[in-house]
Design a protein. Structure first.
Length: 104
């Protein structure tokens, strides 16, 4: 599990807490999260970081970004299942991806 974040994003800590809770809920070790701060535009390009927070499970983004999203130091916007936007991914969506990863 990778958690990529940018210090200027006000929601990264809530996202990390949510990820830990969801990992615990499906029986995965929350301490296994590889957390990396992205702090330069160069690092954002290298990591293909489309905003903070970004959660990747087995190398795949929990909500793959649209093609028009460019890498950079920005706060990320997630689209919820009900159509609303949020600075955090939908917890149930994260849990489903984690369950699938745990089953592999």
């Amino acid at each position: 599990m990778e958690f990529l974040w940018w210090r200027e994003c006000p929601s990264w800590e809530r996202a990390l807490d949510m990820l830990r809770e969801q990992m615990d809920a499906v029986g995965l070790d929350p301490d296994s999260i590889e957390s990396r701060e992205i702090d330069t535009e160069e690092a954002a390009e290298r990591e293909e970081f489309v905003g903070s927070p970004t959660i990747r499970i087995d190398g795949r983004d929990v909500q793959p970004p649209r093609k028009e999203n460019l890498a950079g130091l920005v706060c990320r916007v997630y689209r919820r299942r009900d159509g609303r936007t949020s600075p955090l991914p939908d917890a149930s969506e994260v849990r489903e991806v984690l369950r699938a990863a745990a089953a592999r």
